[in-house]
Design a protein around this ligand. Structure first.
Ligand code: UTP
Length: 289
């Protein structure tokens, strides 16, 4: 029987250079989108997909992430004493639902290296990988969509989306055979091809369901693009022996690790909020653009 996926790995040890100087002392994952840190959106997506065991790969200067998912006794005591129930629930909402474990990546040697660091905590079972920078708003959580494909094919699967050719240098791109409207069997992967060199318009985004076989591949591949150990290279290595699927997910993805993407996510998430949306919409409409 196929066991359900229980663990999600969140690589969060990158340097966040695109957000300097803010990320000199504040982890990029803790930048707020409206009133929640970026990483919380990803953790809520995992919880909404039935995954409560969270493994966060952290680095130096990332202790704010650990504090965020920990119980804040003084704060909760104070909110309780003041009768601020809604705030208390907002603070408790996430720490009550997850078990979080942390592992250090002492040097930012790449996403593939960060995933490899989680090997002992993941063990011998299928697991999800969530890049929290990719914030996804979807009718069904993106991870839940991938888990359904994983259950069907009993194989690793990653989320992809269509991008115009000039954007391929920013993504891992796939060469794939279409099986149905949204499902593809992956034949090859290319990390950040030049515009015009990409085998398709399907770009890999930060959601994966992987099998432990990936760890052997990541341990084999050396540094690739940017002298980093790339997850894409590990997947390409794994492809020699294991089928791999891509799923064109349903929903909207924001690249919150990039300034423009972050601004778009902030505006659109705020507009979707019942408490803020109407006032914010009026404000935007009145701007002399
Ligand atoms: P990014 O490519 O967004 O890199 O990494 P970054 O360092 O975080 O940000 P910039 O480009 O310098 O602004 C994609 C994901 O992989 C993680 C990051 O934390 C992010 O979630 N990562 C990357 C690691 O955990 N370790 C690494 O060595 C590299």
């Amino acid at each position: 029987m196929l066991e359900s996926v229980r663990k999600a790995v969140f690589p969060a040890a990158g340097l966040g250079t695109r957000f300097l100087p803010a990320t000199k002392s504040l982890p990029k994952e803790m930048l707020p989108l409206v009133d929640k840190p970026i990483i919380q959106y990803g953790v809520e997506e995992a919880v909404g997909s039935g995954i409560g065991d969270i493994v966060i790969v952290t680095g130096r200067g990332k202790s704010a992430i650990e504090d965020h998912f920990d119980v804040s006794f003084e704060l909760e005591y104070l909110l309780e004493a003041r009768g601020q129930k809604a705030l208390l629930e907002a603070v408790r909402a996430i720490s009550d639902k997850v078990n979080v474990a942390y592992i250090r990546q002492s040097q930012a040697l790449g996403l593939g290296h960060a995933v490899l660091r989680s090997r002992d905590l993941v063990g011998d079972e299928a697991f999800a990988v969530v890049l929290a920078d990719d914030v996804i708003v979807a009718p069904t959580p993106c991870l839940a969509q991938l888990l359904a494909i994983h259950r069907t094919f009993r194989a690793p699967v990653m989320a992809v989306m269509e991008v115009p050719p000039e954007q391929s240098p920013a993504y891992g791109m796939v060469q794939a055979e279409q099986l149905s409207e949204r499902v593809f069997r992956v034949r090859d992967l290319v990390e950040k091809p030049k515009a015009g060199d990409s085998p398709s318009n399907l770009a890999i985004i930060g959601r994966y369901v992987l099998t432990p076989r990936i760890f052997d591949s990541l341990a084999c591949v050396g540094p690739g693009a940017g002298s980093e150990i790339q997850l894409t290279d590990g997947l390409k290595h794994m492809l020699r022996e294991t089928p791999l699927y891509a799923y064109k997910f349903e929903g909207t993805r924001y690249d919150a690790g990039d300034k423009l993407g972050f601004l778009k996510a902030t505006v659109e998430l705020a507009l979707r909020r019942p408490d803020l949306g109407p006032g914010f919409r009026d404000y935007l409409r009145a701007l002399p653009l």
